[in-house]
Design a protein around this ligand. Structure first.
Ligand code: HEC
Ligand code: HEC
Ligand code: HEC
Ligand code: HEC
Ligand code: HEC
Ligand code: HEC
Ligand code: HEC
Ligand code: HEC
Ligand code: HEC
Ligand code: HEC
Length: 300
């Protein structure tokens, strides 16, 4: 008991001394009075010396980044109560959250778990690098800070497929009409992030649309019939009915090859590109029967 009494007396004496000295040599010496430190000195001191304080703040809460600069300004964080200090960012920074305007955190319904997007160093730049989760390129770069148009206030439920956000655009297309053409909803087959038009899909790389096909180039369905994986790529694959119904000359009875390019190109059926005179000039009496191919000794 004598020991306790002695300690209390000592504390009172030193406390008075501390109060005096802190006014003399700021800022290194922490003003215990204005910081409203506990008078339970052993929270922060051992018997060895007053300085350094035995209290190592880093063991309870590291003061890093912007907090290092205010490390000796205890009161701004502790507000005189060392038992009731918030230890979440929002606990101290809710006013900053509310006033953040670019982007507007409230409108965007950002999480109040600030460390998702910030560290202690500074609010700007945000530590959140969107490119790691989803690069905002092309047309998306222009709306990069308009978070809500994509996230709609829910950062855990954002679509990450084009169709997830652009199904309405797909549905409203008219040229070409994506719905009636039964296009894939895997937009990247034919589009980039830059713009819908022009499409990145260059038909010429898979099948040039030339001659008569150029005229129907945007009428995809007449050739693809809604199935882009099963499109014929031979003339006969699409034009067998034309072959069957050709009468002048009659292709069936003449047993013409179904390799149409032997005698036709994409421009038109007539005239045929086949020039009989290159193989055997039909002159004189032969000219009169030139359309009756089959009576000639042919193997097409
Ligand atoms: C909340 C923590 C905390 C408490 C409680 C606390 N101190 Fe300190 N005290 C410090 C810190 C931090 C320093 C600065 C140490 C340094 O500069 O290395 C300090 C420094 C001092 C110093 C040296 C600086 C100066 O002005 O001479 C004295 C003396 C001192 N304290 C006395 C006391 C006494 C007496 C009590 C109890 C009545 C007390 N302290 C309670 C944190 C505290
Ligand atoms: C940037 C804000 C900030 C500053 C500045 C700051 N602290 Fe802290 N301090 C904290 C946080 C946060 C905690 C952890 C609170 C918790 O986890 O309950 C803490 C914990 C403590 C604790 C432990 C409290 C307990 O109940 O365990 C003491 C003592 C303390 N700080 C003293 C100081 C002293 C002394 C200073 C100035 C020399 C100081 N702090 C400056 C934020 C700060
Ligand atoms: C115990 C209160 C407290 C806690 C907890 C706290 N801070 Fe701080 N912080 C402060 C105070 C006080 C300042 C200095 C005043 C100010 O600029 O708001 C500060 C400053 C900052 C700054 C610099 C602001 C500027 O304008 O330069 C950033 C950034 C920051 N804190 C981020 C964070 C993050 C991130 C967390 C969570 C990991 C966090 N803080 C937790 C109290 C706290
Ligand atoms: C979903 C991510 C996200 C979360 C969560 C988030 N922020 Fe931010 N915050 C940002 C982005 C992005 C910026 C803009 C950074 C830039 O300009 O480089 C920003 C900027 C800020 C700014 C400066 C903006 C201005 O208008 O001055 C403050 C202050 C801020 N945030 C505070 C907070 C606080 C406090 C929290 C937690 C309570 C928080 N933020 C949570 C993403 C977030
Ligand atoms: C063009 C649309 C778009 C814009 C604009 C956009 N984001 Fe994103 N964001 C995404 C997509 C897509 C993802 C990935 C979702 C996934 O894969 O689950 C994502 C992911 C995120 C994530 C990670 C979510 C998680 O669960 O991992 C955060 C945080 C985020 N964005 C914050 C922001 C912030 C803050 C802004 C504004 C500064 C912003 N985003 C602007 C589309 C966007
Ligand atoms: C999380 C939602 C989201 C995802 C995922 C997404 N976008 Fe976007 N995109 C938007 C928003 C919002 C806009 C701006 C509003 C608008 O123009 O539709 C936009 C704009 C565009 C534009 C510009 C449109 C115009 O009219 O200028 C193109 C092109 C585009 N996106 C293509 C894509 C492609 C391709 C993908 C897949 C690789 C994709 N987007 C994925 C949300 C998204
Ligand atoms: C099979 C290829 C293909 C696929 C898959 C495809 N598109 Fe397209 N889309 C096109 C072509 C070709 C155009 C016309 C481009 C031009 O005019 O330069 C086009 C044009 C558009 C246009 C502008 C035309 C209009 O009428 O508004 C929009 C919007 C569009 N596509 C959205 C989408 C979306 C969204 C998806 C995925 C959900 C998608 N597309 C998938 C080929 C495709
Ligand atoms: C004159 C007929 C014709 C028209 C019109 C046509 N295509 Fe094609 N398309 C083809 C042929 C033939 C192929 C090659 C098929 C093959 O080799 O497997 C092809 C290939 C494709 C492929 C690649 C399919 C794959 O599996 O690699 C896509 C995508 C495609 N076309 C989209 C379109 C779109 C979009 C349009 C309208 C804007 C269109 N096509 C108009 C005949 C056509
Ligand atoms: C994927 C289907 C497809 C393939 C493959 C294809 N075409 Fe076509 N072609 C069409 C369609 C559809 C039209 C327009 C409707 C029509 O006139 O039959 C057309 C039109 C034509 C026309 C114009 C017909 C007219 O009446 O004006 C010619 C000539 C033609 N194609 C020749 C060819 C030749 C030669 C080949 C092979 C090199 C070929 N096509 C391959 C689908 C195809
Ligand atoms: C051995 C040569 C030869 C081959 C092979 C051939 N054609 Fe022809 N075709 C002709 C000639 C010659 C004409 C008449 C051209 C003219 O009047 O200028 C013709 C005319 C046509 C006509 C128009 C005649 C009518 O009565 O409507 C069609 C359609 C036609 N061909 C389709 C085809 C198709 C489809 C194929 C392949 C599946 C094919 N042809 C293969 C020689 C050929």
């Amino acid at each position: 008991m004598w020991f306790a009494t002695t300690v209390i007396i000592t504390i009172h004496q030193i406390h008075a001394r501390v109060a005096t000295r802190t006014t003399i040599t700021p800022p290194r010496i922490r003003n215990h009075v204005s910081n409203q430190f506990s008078i339970n000195c052993t929270d922060c001191h051992s018997n060895n010396a007053w300085q350094p304080s035995s209290f190592d703040h880093n063991t309870v809460y590291p003061l890093t980044g912007a907090h290092a600069a205010i490390a000796i300004n205890c009161v701004v964080c502790h507000n005189g109560n060392y038992n009731n200090t918030p230890n979440t960012c929002v606990g101290c920074h809710s006013a900053d959250y509310s006033s953040a305007s670019n982007p507007n955190h409230q409108v965007n319904q950002f999480s109040t778990n600030c460390t998702d997007c910030h560290n202690n160093n500074a609010w700007s730049p945000s530590s959140f690098d969107h490119n790691i989760v989803y690069p905002l390129t092309g047309a998306h770069a222009a709306i990069a800070s308009n978070c809500v148009v994509c996230h709609n206030g829910n950062y855990n439920n954002t679509p990450n497929t084009c169709a997830g956000c652009h199904q309405d655009d797909y549905n409203s297309t008219t040229n070409p009409n994506h719905v009636s053409n039964q296009f894939s909803i895997n937009c990247t087959d034919c589009h980039s992030n830059n713009a819908w038009q022009p499409a990145t899909f260059n038909h010429n790389t898979v099948y040039p649309l030339t001659g008569a096909h150029a005229a129907i180039a945007s009428n995809c369905v007449v050739c693809h019939n809604g199935n882009y994986n099963n499109t014929p790529n031979t003339c006969a694959g699409c034009h067998q009915p034309d072959y069957n119904s050709a009468t002048d000359p009659n292709h069936v009875t003449n047993q013409f090859s179904i390799n149409c390019t032997d005698c036709h190109n994409n421009s038109a059926w007539e005239p045929s590109t086949f020039n009989h005179n290159n193989v055997y000039p039909l002159t004189g009496a032969h000219a009169a029967i030139s359309n009756n191919c089959i009576i000639l000794p042919h193997k097409w």
